[in-house]
Design a protein around this ligand. Structure first.
Ligand SMILES: Cc1ncc(C[n+]2csc(CCOP(=O)(O)OP(=O)(O)O)c2C)c(N)n1
Ligand SMILES: [Mg+2]
Length: 549
C-alpha cells in the first residue's frame, strides 16, 4: 500500500522548472493566483518553506496555527479570493481545525496545505514526531474535501482540485496534505494544471419565469438576504427587484452588507421575534430568500414568520430546502437569479407598491427603539462614524457584536465579519489581520471583548511585524458577560466561572511598543479609532464599559 521512494530533491541547474513535490505545490499555488499565505513552519514543512523562499508568494508569519487559519479566512472574507494557511502535521493540524470549522460553517474559501510524517509511517503511530492517529479524519470534520498526495506527481492535481472546489458552488474549506518524503520527491511529470475559473450556477430560465409569476400573484413581498447574497455581490439586483415590488429587504447577520443599510427599503438585520419587523413579515404573502439556510440561530429557533409562498435561491441544493420547504427553489448564484427575476418582471411590466418605503421607514424606527440593548447604541454610532463607508469591522463573540448585528449599519458587502456559525471566541484579531493584508488600503477595525481577545492576542505579534494599522477595540468588562447573562437568565443568577482577571491592555501595548489608549466614552473611542487608522502599526484601544449583567 504505502512504500518509500528514493528521493532526489534537487532540480538540475539546467532545469529550473519545479521539480519536487514541495516545489510543485508552491508553483501550483502561484498558478492559482495565490499572492499570500499565512502559516508557521516546522521541520515537517522545511521543503515547502524552501520553495516559498524562491517564489513571489508573501508569507505572513502567525504566532499560532489558529491565528494562521483565521488570517486565511479574513483574507478570503475581505477579498473573495481563497485564503491559504500552511501548517505542520499533528498539532499544526489540530490547532488549525478550529478556524477551519468556522470557515466551514460560514462558507469561506480557505485552503489548508499541510504535511505529514513519511508515507511509510502515516497514521501508524510508530513514534515519529507529531504523530496524529488520523489527520485526514480530523480535517474531514471541518472541510468539504480533504486529500493526501502520495506521490510528487499527484501534488499539482491535488492542489488544482482543491482550488476548483473553492471556486465552484458553495465555497467551503479544503485541505491537501503532503507527506514529508513526497515533498522532497522528484516528480516525473512537472505539468501544473491551469487554474480553475470561478463558476457561478446559472438559473434555469423557466424557474425565473415561475418566480416572476408567483411574485406577480403576491401583493406584499419581502426579501431576505443571507451570506450567499454577500458572496454573489447581489446587492444592486436585489435592490432593483425590491424597488419593483415595494419590498423590504431583510438580512441575516451573515447577510449584512449585501444591501446598504441606509437604503429606504432596507431593514437589515433588525428582525427579532415579536418586534415591528416581525409584524411586517406576518403581513407578507411571499418571501424571497437569497443565499440563506434560514438557520436555527438566525431565525431565533425557527421563529422567522414564513408566508405561504416561499421562494428560495441558493448555490447549494441541500441548503435550498433546509429548515423551511420552499414553494419554488432556484439553484443559482444570487446575483444572476435576482437580475433574472427582475428582468422577467420587467418584461411583464409588473410593478407594485407593496409595503413601500414609508412603511419600511416606520418599521425601522420602531425596531431600532425596541432593539435589544439599544442603550449601547452610542458606542456603535461612534464606531460607524470612525470607520469609512467601505471600512471593514471584524467583530468577535462579544455582547457588543450581538447588539451590532441589529444596530450597526453596514453599507457594502464583505465589510462586516462575525464568527456566525461556529461562534469561535478569538476570531476578530487574526481575521482583521487577514482582511488588512488582503486590502491594505481599506480601514479594518477589530472589535473584541476582553475575554475573546485573550484567545488569540498572541497574533498582536503578527500585526506588529507586518506593521498593520489595525485599531483593536476591546470592550472591557472583565467578564465573560454572554455566559454570565445566560446564567442570570436560566440558572437563577448562580454565577460561576465568568469573572476575569485581565492584564492591563494599555501596558500590553507598551510591551509590543505600539500605542495603547484607554477610551472612557464613545467619543473618546471614536477619536482613538480615527487616529489609529492613520498609523502604520496596530493600536490597542481599551474601552471600559458598564457591566451587562
Ligand atoms: C472557543 C469558545 N469557547 C467558549 C465559548 C463560550 N463563550 C461565548 S461568549 C463567551 C464570553 C466572551 O467574553 P468576552 O469576550 O469578554 O465578551 P463579553 O461576552 O464579555 O462581551 C464565552 C466564554 C465560545 N463562544 N467560543
Ligand atoms: Mg467581557
Amino acid at each position: 500500500m504505502v512504500e518509500l521512494h528514493e528521493v532526489d530533491a534537487r532540480p538540475t541547474a539546467a532545469d529550473q522548472s519545479p521539480a519536487t513535490g514541495a516545489q510543485l505545490a508552491i508553483a501550483a499555488l502561484e498558478t492559482n493566483g495565490v499572492d499570500t499565505v499565512f502559516g508557521i513552519p516546522g521541520v515537517h514543512t522545511l521543503a515547502l518553506y524552501d520553495a516559498l523562499r524562491s517564489s513571489r508568494i508573501r508569507h505572513v508569519l502567525a504566532r499560532h496555527e489558529q491565528g494562521a487559519g483565521f488570517m486565511a479566512d479574513g483574507y478570503a472574507r475581505a477579498s473573495g479570493r481563497p485564503g491559504v494557511a500552511v501548517v505542520i502535521t499533528g498539532p499544526g493540524i489540530t490547532n488549525v481545525a478550529t478556524p477551519i470549522g468556522e470557515a466551514y460553517t460560514d462558507s469561506s474559501p480557505v485552503f489548508v496545505l499541510s504535511s505529514n510524517g513519511p508515507r511509510a509511517y502515516v497514521d501508524q503511530m510508530r513514534g515519529s514526531l507529531h504523530d496524529l492517529k488520523d489527520q485526514l479524519g480530523v480535517m474531514a470534520a471541518v472541510t468539504q474535501w480533504n486529500t493526501r498526495a502520495m506521490r510528487a506527481d499527484d501534488v499539482p492535481a491535488a492542489i488544482a482540485e482543491g482550488f476548483r472546489r473553492l471556486r465552484t458552488g458553495r465555497p467551503r474549506p479544503v485541505h491537501v496534505e503532503i507527506p514529508l518524503d513526497v515533498m522532497d520527491e522528484a516528480a516525473l511529470d512537472r505539468t501544473i494544471p491551469e487554474a480553475a475559473r470561478t463558476t457561478r450556477p446559472v438559473p434555469d430560465p423557466a424557474r425565473l419565469g415561475d418566480a416572476a409569476e408567483r411574485l406577480r400573484r403576491a401583493t406584499k413581498v419581502a426579501i431576505y438576504c443571507g451570506g450567499g447574497a454577500v458572496q454573489a455581490a447581489a446587492g444592486e439586483f436585489v435592490l432593483a427587484l425590491a424597488a419593483r415590488l415595494g419590498a423590504p429587504v431583510l438580512t441575516s447577520t451573515m447577510g449584512k452588507g449585501a444591501v446598504p443599510e441606509d437604503h429606504p427599503l432596507v431593514l437589515g438585520a433588525l428582525w427579532a421575534p415579536e418586534n415591528a419587523v416581525d409584524d411586517l413579515l406576518r403581513e407578507a404573502d411571499c418571501l424571497l430568500v437569497f443565499g440563506s439556510k434560514l438557520g436555527a440561530d438566525t431565525t431565533s429557533g425557527f421563529r422567522l414568520p414564513i408566508p405561504a409562498e416561499l421562494i428560495r435561491v441558493d448555490v447549494d441544493e441541500r441548503e435550498m430546502t433546509l429548515n423551511a420547504r420552499p414553494t419554488l427553489a432556484i439553484l443559482a448564484d444570487a446575483a444572476l437569479a435576482a437580475a433574472g427575476i427582475e428582468r422577467a418582471l420587467a418584461s411583464r411590466g409588473h410593478t407594485v407598491g407593496g409595503f413601500g418605503a414609508e412603511r419600511v421607514a416606520a418599521t425601522r424606527l420602531r425596531a431600532l427603539e425596541t432593539a435589544w440593548h439599544a442603550e449601547r447604541r452610542p458606542y456603535l454610532d461612534a464606531l460607524r462614524r470612525a470607520i469609512p463607508r467601505d471600512g471593514i469591522s471584524v467583530t468577535d463573540m462579544t455582547m457588543m457584536s450581538y447588539v451590532a448585528s441589529a444596530l450597526y449599519p453596514v453599507y457594502q458587502p464583505r465589510t462586516f465579519m462575525f464568527p456566525s456559525g461556529y461562534g469561535t471566541l478569538g476570531f476578530a484579531l487574526p481575521v482583521s489581520i487577514g482582511a488588512k493584508v488582503a486590502k491594505p488600503e481599506t480601514a479594518v477595525v477589530c472589535v473584541v471583548g476582553d475575554g475573546g481577545f485573550q484567545y488569540t492576542m498572541s497574533e498582536l505579534g503578527t500585526a506588529v511585524q507586518e506593521r498593520l494599522a489595525i485599531p483593536i477595540v476591546i470592550f472591557n468588562d472583565s467578564t465573560y458577560s454572554a455566559v454570565k447573562e445566560a446564567q442570570a437568565a436560566s440558572r437563577g443568577g448562580r454565577f460561576i466561572a465568568v469573572d476575569l482577571v485581565n492584564p492591563d491592555y494599555v501596558d500590553l501595548a507598551k510591551a509590543y511598543r505600539i500605542p495603547g489608549i484607554r477610551a472612557e466614552s464613545p467619543d473618546a473611542m471614536e477619536a482613538a479609532i480615527v487616529q489609529a487608522l492613520g498609523r502604520d502599526l496596530p493600536t490597542i484601544i481599551d474601552v471600559p464599559i458598564e457591566p451587562w449583567v
